[in-house]
Design a protein around this ligand. Sequence first.
Ligand code: FMN
Length: 351
Amino acid sequence: MNNIDGLDSWDGDRDQSVVLSEELRSRLAPPLKIGNFSVHSRVLQAPLSGVTDLVFRRLVRRYAPDSMTYTEMVQASGVHHARSLKKIMDVDPAERPVSIQLFDCRPDFLAEAAEMAVAQEADTIDINMGCPVNKITKNGGGSSLLRDPETAEAIVKTVVDAVHVPVTVKTRIGWDENEITILDFAQRMQDAGAAMITIHARTRSQGYKGAAQWEWIRKVKQQLTIPVIANGDITSIASAVACLEATEADGVMCSRATLGNPFLVGEIDYFLKTGKLKPKPTIAERLICAKEHLQSLYDYKGKRGIYQARKHMTWYAKGFPGSSELRGKLCRVDSVEEGHALIDSALASLA
Ligand SMILES: Cc1cc2nc3c(=O)[nH]c(=O)nc-3n(C[C@H](O)[C@H](O)[C@H](O)COP(=O)(O)O)c2cc1C
C-alpha cells in the first residue's frame, strides 16, 4: 500500500479462496473484553485524522453494527485551553461502541480531557502513542512517548484514576529499526493499567511505508494478558485472517484500506463470525455511498464538509473505466449538486 492514500484497487481478490479455520473461529467467538467492557466484534475501525468523523463512523457502523470505531485524535491541551469539547469529540448516541482518542504528553490535561470524553459517552479512552508527525512528537506526544516510557506510564496511571471506563493505548513497535522497544513498552502500559493495546507494527521512522512487521505483535501477545490488537496492512479478509493466525492477536484494526471503503470492517467481521463472504459492494454501490458521504458531510459541516468530501469521493471512485478522469474532477467539487452530477454521469456510463 502506498503512503497515506487509499488502495489503488480493491484488495479483495484473495478473499474468494480464504478459509476460516475452526480453531480461529472458536478462538474469536467470545466477545472482546476490554477491561469491564465487552465488544461483540474482533474488528475495529482505526482512528484516522481527517477521516473518522461522525459522518464516516456512521457509514462504518451501518455495515459493522458490532464493531468499535474511534474518533480522530483530539489534543488534550487544546481541550484544556478551550475549556470546551471539540467538535471532533462529537459522538452519536446510536453509534456505540465508540472510543475517543486523545493525544498529549501532560497526564493532567489528558485526565481532564478523558473526563469530558466520558461525559460524551465514550466507551473507552484511547491514548495515541504512535503518531509520527513532527508537530506532535516535538511536543512530546504521539510516538515520542515510546522514547519516554516513564511519562507514558504516568499518563496511563493518571487517566485510569480519573475515569471509570477502560483506558487503552495505540502505539508502534519502536522509534526506528535500531530502537524496537515494544516488548518493554507494552509491558509497562499493561502494568500501568492499560486495558488493551493496539500495535501498529511499524516503527516511527517507517511512517506508513514498508511492510508492517507483524512478528512483533506475536511477541507482545505471548507476553501480555490484556487484549492485543494488530494494526498495519489489514487490507482485506485474507490479510485479516493471515494476521490473526500469524500473531494470535485478539483482533485486528483496519486503517488506510477503509478510505473510500466503509464496508471493509463489516465484511471482515461477518467473515470471522460466519466463515462466509458478504457480497462485495459493486462500483455503483460505492459511488452511491460517495454521494451520501458528500451530502452528509455538507449537512454536518457546511461548506467545509464539501472540501473534506473531495478526498473521500476520489477514494470511492476507483477501478472502472474513466475513474481517473472522474477523480480529477471530484477533487475540485464546490457544491453537493456538482459532486452529485459528476457521480450520476459516471453511474449512467456504468449502466
Ligand atoms: C490519514 C491518516 C490519519 C491517521 N490518523 C490517526 C489518528 O488520528 N490516530 C491514530 O492513532 N492513528 C492514526 N493514523 C494511523 C492509522 O490508524 C494506522 O495505525 C496506520 O495507518 C497503519 O495501518 P494501515 O497500514 O492499515 O494503514 C492515521 C493514518 C492515516 C493514513
